[in-house]
Write a protein that binds this ligand. Sequence first.
Ligand SMILES: C[S@@+](CC[C@H](N)C(=O)[O-])C[C@H]1O[C@@H](n2cnc3c(N)ncnc32)[C@H](O)[C@@H]1O
Length: 282
Amino acid sequence: MQRNQIPSFEELQKPLASFGSRSLYYKSVSFLLRNFGMFSEGIRIGYRHGFDSGNIMNYIYENDPQGSLYIGKAIDSAFLNQKTCKAFRAIKNIQKDFISNYLNERQGIKTVIADLASGKADYIYDVMKESNSDVNVLLRDINKDTLAESKEIAEELGLSENISYEVGDALDKESLKKIYPKPNLVIEVGLYGIIHDDEQIRDHFKALKEILNPDALLFNVQTYNEQIELIARALINQEGEPCVWHLRSVDLVIGWAEEAGFKNPQITMDPYDIYAVVMMRG
Ligand SMILES: C[S@@+](CC[C@H](N)C(=O)[O-])C[C@H]1O[C@@H](n2cnc3c(N)ncnc32)[C@H](O)[C@@H]1O
């Protein structure tokens, strides 16, 4: 697929010259989204909870345009049709397949799954709905409200019996040490792009290996995105800051995981060439 030149991560972190044409363009987009965009339910959720939140992810997965008046629904529909949103829905399905295949491989042996930045963990609930495997799931996230909302969904679906929820920072080694029982499969999807510092991810792989030593690790890597500047300059993250995501090559991230002792990467790209979904073995 042809890849156009996009700004580097370092460029995205710097503000644009105030009166340049790009700056005026992104300021106008931001103004329109923060005003007229509020008619759209998706844009409203994004500005309220952050465009990197579990809330917006679930809204995008549902793909059901909502909004006030005809205009709100039309804007929402356009939002949900953005390439990045389509890629999110595609990787959700890829992740589901990886998890289901892993459970099938286990042939009925009891399996513990820990998702360390779960958001609402829609992909896990979908797998659990379709599978008869003997699974225990631990969902962790730094956002307690997202976890509480996720728990409500699990209760409605009748899945809550085998799921526990914990607030925890995936990057905090002391917090990782509290995870019990040790998971067979660790999931971290939608996390690395919002971590700006390469060394933190590198270190984190080592911590995962040393502390949890899972049999399998599922993660994703945002490798390229034509909308990365629009996202960084017009949207906000959970902290209310510009939503700057760090694109990385999948080989680089796999290299860090290999350095920590994970092996045999299986990679599936989404059809939009934005995300790589990777499963590695312990
Ligand atoms: C883009 S969402 C992904 C949610 C879910 N995994 C998905 O793919 O649908 C990122 C999630 O990571 C959580 N998060 C961010 N930093 C974290 C950290 N250091 N430890 C645990 N969770 C974190 C956020 O609260 C948010 O729910």
